[in-house]
Design a protein. Structure first.
Length: 245
């Protein structure tokens, strides 16, 4: 072999390195695409408000500001997803654990999200407190993701949130009345970049459920989905239970 020549297969690195680099490129491309749309809206509406403020009605100004606020939230969520993925894959996720009432946490999340869609009813099934040891912010992130997915991927109906004790586990389940998810798709829903393509549904990074899985597993818990074609879907997670103070 002449000086400076590369060993066979080494020019592009090892297969594992090549795969990591390919996934990194895919992640950057996906996030860049998802960020470009809201930033375009923010830039366009901001310029219109600056240039035509005195000529716009109050209702129009309010609609534009609400759109800017919503898209700014969307960008923030995308960047948070990217940061969460990097922490999960580097093993640097930090949990701030304390006793948490899952039912109270879920109720607060339902209240925050219940009015997002006029086509859905979002309700929490009444029940007793459900005590777990966990990071309330991370657990709320998972519940929020479940409810938001139910709102995004089903045309209409009721989204039902149930909290219960299952032996030594505290459980949250979010059920919708949508078209359901084929069994073959369920097996990969929690993988990175996996998206359940539904006509008319918004695009996404395919990172949300992957992050949820990582967060719940970091709690020592488990996560899953129950569904069938035409029968709705129920996303659920369980984390170790504790007695509340």
């Amino acid at each position: 072999m002449t000086a400076g020549a590369s060993a066979p297969g080494s020019a592009g690195g090892s297969p594992a390195q090549d795969e990591r680099e390919a996934k990194t490129v895919e992640l950057i491309a996906t996030v860049s695409h998802e960020i470009r749309s809201p930033l375009t809206t923010i830039k366009g509406f901001t310029k219109t408000l600056i240039d035509r403020w005195d000529r716009l009605s109050d209702d129009t100004k309010r609609e534009m500001l609400l759109a800017i606020n919503a898209d700014a939230d969307r960008v923030t969520r995308l960047l948070t997803e990217l940061l969460d993925v990097s922490r999960l894959e580097a093993g640097r996720l930090t949990l701030h654990r304390r006793p948490v009432d899952l039912r109270e946490l879920a109720g607060e999340t339902v209240d925050d999200l219940a009015e997002r869609s006029a086509r859905h009813v979002v309700r929490l099934v009444p029940g007793d407190p459900v005590g777990v040891q966990g990071d309330p912010d991370k657990l709320r992130q998972v519940v929020t993701n479940f409810i938001e997915n139910a709102l995004k991927y089903t045309d209409e109906g009721t989204v039902t949130v149930t909290c219960s004790m299952q032996g030594e586990w505290g459980k949250v389940a979010v059920a919708d009345e949508g078209p359901g998810i084929p069994t073959a798709r369920q097996a990969v829903l929690f993988e990175k970049f996996s998206r359940h393509d539904v006509p008319g549904a918004p695009s996404g990074t395919g990172l949300g459920l992957y992050i949820c899985k990582g967060l719940i597993e970091a709690h020592g818990g488990r996560i899953g989905v129950s569904s069938g074609d035409g029968s709705g879907s129920t996303f659920w997670f369980e984390v170790p239970a504790v007695e509340l103070p």
